[in-house]
Design a protein. Structure first.
Length: 343
C-alpha cells in the first residue's frame, strides 16, 4: 500500500483518517498504479514511486490533502525577497540584484527609471541622479504574486572647473593664481604638475623654473563623488612664440619704413612676425646670394620689401631671427620668404 511519511512536511496540513499518526495512506487501487499526484496549479503533475513507499523527502512548504482518489500536494504562496550590491552611489551607478524569493515561477523587475527586466538576477546602470524605487514582483501558481521594494539613491557628480591667471605669466618670476569655478563641491585637491599641490579653494603657486606643466583639479562633493579637470601644458610655448609668413607683396607706393597696420596686414604689404612673450629680438634678411638686405632689432618694425629706397626684385629671400622669450628661453629660427609681384 502507498504511504507518504515525511518529517519535512511539518509546515503543511495533513487531513484524513490517518492525520493523527502523521501517515497518509492512499487507496489500494491508486497504489497499484504506482503514482501520487503533485498539484501545482490547475493541472496536476505526476510523481512516480520507486517502490510501494513513495519518497517525498525535500518537498517543503507544501500542504497535504487526502481525498478518496489521490494524495495532493498544494504549493504555498510565492515570496518576494532580494538583495542589492549597493543602496547608493555616484553617477553612473551600477547595481547588481540578487533574487532570493521562494515558491515563484516567474518574476519581473521595475527599476523606477522606466526600465524593466525579467531576469532572475539582473544588473542595472542608473545614469541620472535621484531616488529610484526598485520593485520585484514574483508570480506563483493560480495567479498568486508577491511584491517587495528597495530604494536606490544616485548622487550627482560635481563639476570641476578652473582657469589660470589672465594674461601671460612669466615663469618662474611671477606667481600664478588659479581661479576655481567648480560646482557642487565641498573640497578640492590641486596638482600643479611640479610635484606640489594644494587643497585651497583658489591657491597661488610659484614655480621654481620655466617649463610646461599639466595642472589638475579634483573636486569632491558631500557624497564623496569626484570630478576632475586638467590643463595640459598650461604654460607651454603657446604663450611664448614667434611666427613668420612665407609670402608678401610690397606696397607699390614706395617705402613705408616697415610700419604695419591692420590694413597693411590685410594686403600682406609688410613682412613681420606675429609673436607673444618676446623680450629680445633681432631679424636679418638676406638675398639668395647672401647679401644682407634688411635688419631690425625692433619687433614692431618689419621689412616693407624695399632696399635703399628701391623695390626689391620678386623672388625668394632668406630670413634669420634670434631672441629671447620672457620665460628666459633663447630662440633662433630661420626660413625663407617670397616677394610676389603686384598683379
Amino acid at each position: 500500500m502507498l504511504s507518504v511519511n515525511d518529517p519535512a512536511l511539518s509546515v503543511g496540513v495533513i487531513k484524513g483518517s490517518h492525520a493523527a499518526s502523521g501517515r497518509v495512506t492512499s487507496e489500494p487501487g491508486l497504489a497499484q498504479k504506482g503514482k501520487v499526484v503533485v498539484e501545482n496549479s490547475n493541472a496536476s503533475s505526476e510523481v512516480s514511486r520507486g517502490n510501494d513507499s513513495a519518497d517525498m523527502t525535500g518537498i517543503n512548504n507544501m500542504m497535504l490533502e487526502n481525498d478518496p482518489e489521490t494524495t495532493k500536494l498544494v504549493r504555498q504562496s510565492p515570496s518576494s525577497i532580494f538583495n542589492v550590491s549597493t543602496f547608493s552611489g555616484c553617477l553612473p551607478l551600477t547595481v547588481s540584484f540578487e533574487n532570493n524569493s521562494l515558491n515563484y515561477d516567474t518574476c519581473i523587475w521595475e527599476f523606477g527609471d522606466g526600465g524593466y527586466s525579467s531576469l532572475a538576477n539582473p544588473v542595472w546602470i542608473f545614469d541620472e541622479k535621484g531616488e529610484y524605487v526598485v520593485t520585484l514582483v514574483t508570480f506563483g501558481e493560480n495567479g498568486q504574486n508577491a511584491v517587495s521594494r528597495r530604494i536606490i539613491t544616485v548622487y550627482p557628480i560635481p563639476e570641476a572647473r578652473f582657469e589660470i591667471s589672465a594674461g601671460d605669466v612669466h615663469l618662474p618670476e611671477e606667481e600664478v593664481l588659479f581661479y576655481n569655478y567648480s560646482i557642487n563641491a565641498i573640497s578640492w585637491e590641486w596638482n600643479f604638475g611640479d610635484g606640489t599641490g594644494s587643497t585651497s579653494f583658489e591657491p597661488r603657486h610659484k614655480y621654481r623654473k620655466a617649463g610646461s606643466y599639466t595642472v589638475s583639479l579634483f573636486a569632491r562633493s558631500e557624497f564623496g563623488c569626484v570630478d576632475s579637470m586638467s590643463v595640459t601644458n598650461a604654460f607651454d610655448d603657446n604663450s611664448c612664440f614667434v611666427r613668420f609668413p612665407n609670402v608678401f607683396i610690397p606696397n607699390e607706393g614706395g617705402p613705408t619704413g616697415g610700419y604695419f597696420t591692420n590694413r597693411s596686414d590685410e594686403l600682406d604689404e609688410v613682412f613681420h612676425p606675429v609673436w607673444s612673450g618676446v623680450t629680445q629680438f633681432n631679424l636679418r634678411i638676406f638675398s639668395r646670394m647672401g647679401i644682407l638686405v634688411f635688419e631690425t632689432g625692433d619687433i614692431n618694425i618689419g621689412w616693407d620689401g624695399y632696399i635703399k629706397g628701391k623695390k626689391a626684385e620678386p623672388g625668394v629671400y632668406i630670413w634669420k631671427v634670434r631672441g629671447q622669450f620672457k620665460n628666459g628661453e633663447i630662440f633662433v629660427q630661420a626660413g625663407d620668404v617670397t616677394i610676389l609681384p603686384k598683379w
